[in-house]
Design a protein around this ligand. Sequence first.
Ligand code: GDP
Length: 365
Amino acid sequence: GFKCGIVGLPNVGKSTLFNALTATAAAEAANFPFCTIEPNVGRVGVPDPRLDMIAKIGGSAKIVPTQLEFVDIAGLVRGASKGEGLGNQFLANIRETDAIIKVVRCFIDENVTHVEGDVDPIRDAETIETELMLADMESLERRVTSLGKKAKGGDKDSKMQLDLVERALKVLEQGKPARTMEVSEDEAKSFQMLQLLTAKPILFVCNVEEEAAAEGNALSAKVAEMATAQGARSVVISAKIEEEVSQLDSEEEKQEFLETLGLEETGLARVIREGYALLGLITFFTVGPKEARAWTVHKGAKAPQAAGAIHSDFERGFIKAETIAYTDFVELGGEQACKEAGKMRQEGRDYLVHDGDLMLFRFNV
Ligand code: GDP
């Protein structure tokens, strides 16, 4: 699965947000045959109105959204990389994620202490980034030693890697995250294998007071500005509201509650969608009388890989894909009409999957 790690300083609302996510996941669990929820891992359905539309047109009995995993990564504090808590477990957890969600506190509440004394999300974001950069430097320095030996022994691959590692170190020493460094196509794979924390894409989540949930506040506006300058994105949520919504039983109650607050959807829905985009993922659909289902692949995936997302046998025995664009399916009103209008395409191994494609795979067993 695709994973987003949630990090932030203590007392910013991470657990509140994470609990709301997992409560939502638990409520949805009935829809997911293989949904397991570990204490710090929540798997949630990605909200997608297109899927509901497809199910309606296709007369599907069941709707199965695609999923995204969120991992609650506790333990980040100032000085963490100098041994004040950024333990091995923390590092192992965060290295394994595909993207990082940084929760920053933008709500003022005298009853909730801030570890740094006052509320300042920009400083907090910098503290987090610094700790992650220091952790990256440490792991790179360890590699320099071992790679240096192999490179001296004449190993070509080690030489290339050593050069990459040394360049990454230089970038970090200048106070810049690893994601800003230039990496050639040949190096891309090695770079990825370094699993640098500051190379991962980031999303800022601004936790604001309930009253500011719709528009954000002055602090979240500053974070948004900073995010834009870094080529990142930010989302405003109120963890408190998310917690309350997640405890309501029915969809109707949730909608009603959101409406009274002037909100169109939950902040979680936005976080999930942004997380999805952050990971560079796209969705394709399968539809039939039994179920309409959404599936996830990386942008750039070809038809056989999409088949493999459903079952490895589909990829191995791939013959062709019958494909309908989402807009054709909706405009013409279903598969049969698309067939008749010549809008159902036969595609081969090289077909680049588009976001929103409806796909049916033909394969040998
Ligand atoms: P974590 O340490 O980052 O996981 O933070 P928690 O989720 O445990 O929250 C720390 C405290 O802040 C708890 O007492 C929460 O109830 C409170 N809190 C979290 N979000 C909000 C919020 O949006 N508004 C207010 N007033 N308090 C919040």
